[in-house]
Design a protein. Structure first.
Length: 66
């Protein structure tokens, strides 16, 4: 939440964890109060390196079911 709050008000930030090990799965979701802030965060944070890892930041899409 702290990492993305400079772009606007973050109403929710969740890191997804493995239910068996409790370890991060390496992705999460950030929800902004408005679309303009979200778009700015996407454009400025996508590809940025944080703690030695390049972030992939994009708009969430519904899961595809088989």
């Amino acid at each position: 939440k702290e990492l993305f709050s400079s772009f606007g008000h973050v109403s929710e930030a969740v890191v997804i964890s493995d239910r068996h090990t409790g370890r991060s799965k390496g992705f999460g979701f950030v929800t902004f109060d408005n679309d303009a802030d979200a778009k700015k965060a996407i454009s400025e944070m996508d590809g940025k390196e944080i703690q030695g890892r390049a972030l992939k930041v994009n708009e969430a899409k519904p899961m595809e079911r088989d």
